[in-house]
Structure formats: C-alpha cells, structure tokens
Design a protein around this ligand. Structure first.
Ligand code: PLP
Length: 392
C-alpha cells in the first residue's frame, strides 16, 4: 500500500498556523528533526529572545527589576498553559527543582506510602525514594507491557498513601495514563496526586481542574519550544499554605528583599517551592517558546500530530515492525515508540540519513510536533525500510 492510500486525517491544511510555522525553525533546512520528546527545535523567536537577554545585560548592566518581572511573566504564562492562577505556580530551574521541595514538605508519619507508576522518569523515582530517608515507603504500580491497568492503581493506593505520583505520558513508550481516574482513586483515599506533565505539555491542552490533580510539574524544553533551565510547579489553590518545604532558598521567601537570615518565613503562595536566583536567560527563551506555541495553537498541533502519527503507525505496520505505543490516540501523547533489536544502532543509522530521533528502553522514539510534515514521516519510514533488520 502506498503512502497516499494510507488512512490520513488531521493534517494541517496549507495556510494554517501549524503548517506555516516550519519556516521559523532553521534546522529543517538541514535535517529531518522529529525528536521533540527530547528537545524542541530552536525557533527564530527563541534565538531572538536569547539575543534580547544579552543586549539588555550589555546595555543596562544589572536590570534585575526587569529580570524579576520576566520571571513573573513566566509564572503567568505557565498558569495560562494549565488554566490555573499565577499565585499557584512556582518558577523553577527544572521539573525536579519543583517536585523536590514539594516532596520535602510531605509528612510521612501517619501516611508513609508513596505510590508511583512504573512509567516514571528517573527523577520522579529518585526524588520519592530519597524520601525513604524521612520515613516514606515507595510502592511501584507494575506495568503490563506498555499499559498499566487502572485496577493496579486501585489495588496499590490505600488509606496509608500520602502521595500518588504519576507521569501523564511515559517517556519510554509514549503511553498516556488515565490521570483523571487515578486522581479520583487517590482522592477517595485521601492522598495527594502529583502529575509529571513534561511529555504532555504543549502536545495537548491541559486543565488542572479537569485533571483533578493536586500538583503538576513540567518544563519548557520539549514541546514548549524553550531551552534547558526552566521548569514550573503548579499546586492546587490553598495547598501550598499547608506544606512547609525544608528544601528552600531566598526566592521562596515571603519577601525576598527582607534579606533576613534569622528565620524561615516562606511565601504564602506556591513561590515557597522556589529556590535561589531565577534562571533569567532560560526564562527569556521559555516565554518566547510558550508564546510561539500559543500562537501556533496547542489543540491544532494535537490534531496535526495525531494525523502524522496515524501515518507513521500504518507505515511501521506495513514494514512488519512493532509499534509499542497504544494505537488509540486518546491513550498516547505525541511520542510514538517502535521496538528495535538495537535502538542506539537504529538512532545512529537514522542520524546518518539526516533524521534526528532518540531511543529509550529498546525503543526508537519518534516524536512529531507542529513543525513536522507528512514528508518527514515518510522520510522516517523510508529509512526504517532501509534499516528493516534493526526493527524488532
Ligand atoms: C517525563 C519527564 N519528566 C521529567 C523530565 C526531566 O525533568 P527535569 O526538568 O527535572 O530534568 C523529562 C525529560 O527530560 C521527562 O521526559
């Protein structure tokens, strides 16, 4: 079956904001870049934002008032992305830098259990296992292939559970967990539900009220088109006032200009989960990336990427390869994983063909974004046909 006869829906119409955005990303003049699960491509506006930062630094020396204002603008931008309030957002240097202070504030005395899924990114597993030094007991909900049946969460979460910590989309296989259902179970049993939305944010619209979670953390360097060095943590309204992080810094204080070294008086808002000097260059880039993504449209991008992924999955099927990611578009993010007999070798072979992908856990990771096209997918499929021996 030729590419033109494959099921094909949701592709961006010529002239749409999605189809028009590709020219903003110079990398496509040289490479087929289809690796946004790892890092978003550099746009003209993010490059300009870095130049803007350098110009301001050079011309004005130390414009800290403006830089702090930029951090506040990042807070507002993050809040908008998840449909929350700015005061419920901490601006951090990474996802880990938001989740770790949150974890440091949990009391495990009466509820020692932390339930995490087997789909977590290393930082989540490591942060919660570190809490075992403070009395926590971490329980993993085991996977069944690339799925984790809801009943397994139901069985693991109980009245001893302080925290349920899950990823919206797994970085290893692209599976999207049923966050709303897991959150409901967690809340029925009195646990806090923490969501790692890094592989989801920018790929489909997120709304913290609809998700029903207590905390959501993410960063900007993947589908939000920013760079390394900026993340955020949103917490449910009213929750931060109940949690006292022992991991802190002066940008978490109720008044950073108090310059007080004689006490610990954290901000009443989610700022209490912040730490030291904000990552100003990454904030410039992050705001530019988020604004560009909002301009392109996250919902429109979702529809476009679903179309590309249908094409990719159909093509891998034709090659006799194994798509590890669930076939139902509602059960996956933007990432599609393909099993390989030698995933690093396959990534290297594709790189030799000018195609940038990545791998984890024996799987090739192909992650399309707004800027990718059906031609990119066809280039991947043609390369996979050439390297068929590396498909499992
Ligand atoms: C699901 C997920 N969580 C977290 C991270 C990274 O977290 P951090 O910002 O702490 O490096 C990544 C990717 O790097 C990820 O894919």
């Amino acid at each position: 079956m030729g590419a033109d006869t494959r099921t094909w829906f949701g592709a961006a119409e010529p002239g749409s904001r999605v189809s028009d955005c590709r020219s903003r990303f110079p990398i496509f003049e040289r490479l087929v870049y289809i690796n946004s699960c790892s890092q978003g491509a550099l746009s003209d506006s993010v490059r300009a934002a870095y130049e803007d930062y350098l110009t301001g630094w050079d011309e004005r020396g130390a414009p800290w008032d403006y830089w702090v204002e930029r951090a506040e603008a990042a807070r507002v931008a993050f809040a908008g992305l998840v449909n929350g309030a700015a005061d419920d957002v901490a601006v951090t240097t990474s996802l880990s830098a938001g989740v770790s202070p949150l974890a440091s504030a949990i009391d495990f005395e009466t509820r020692p259990k932390v339930v995490i899924s087997d789909f977590e990114f290393p930082t989540i597993g490591q942060i919660w296992h570190a809490q075992e030094l403070r009395g926590a007991h971490v329980v993993h909900v085991p996977a069944d292939g690339a799925e984790i049946p809801l009943q397994r969460f139901d069985a693991a979460i109980d009245e001893q559970t302080a925290v349920v910590s899950i990823a919206a989309v797994c970085y290893r296989n692209g599976t999207r967990l049923p966050v709303e259902e897991i959150a409901r179970i967690g809340h029925e049993r009195g646990a806090l539900v923490v969501l790692d939305a890094y592989q989801a944010i920018g790929t489909y619209p997120l709304d913290v009220t609809e998700l029903g979670v207590d905390a959501l953390a993410a960063g900007v360097l993947k589908y939000l088109l920013g760079s390394a060095g900026l993340g955020f943590l949103w917490t449910r309204p009213g929750l931060s006032a109940q949690l006292l992080p022992t991991q802190t810094g002066w940008f978490a204080d109720r008044d950073i200009f108090e310059m007080d070294i004689s006490d610990y008086s954290p901000s009443p808002t989610a700022r209490r989960f912040q730490s030291g000097t904000p990552p100003v260059p990454a904030i410039y880039a992050g705001i530019a990336g988020i604004e560009l993504m909002q301009e392109i449209g996250i919902a429109e991008t979702r529809e476009h990427v679903n179309g590309l992924n249908e094409r990719l999955i159909a093509g891998v099927d034709e090659l006799g390869g194994t798509v590890v990611t669930p076939r139902d578009p509602e059960r996956r993010g933007a990432l599609v994983c393909v099993a390989s007999t030698d995933a690093p070798g396959l990534v290297a072979a594709l790189a030799d063909d000018g195609i940038v992908t990545s791998e984890r856990d024996g799987n090739l990771r192909v992650s399309a974004h707004a800027y990718n096209t059906a031609d990119d997918v066809d280039a991947v499929l043609a390369a996979l046909a050439r390297h068929r021996a590396l498909l499992a």
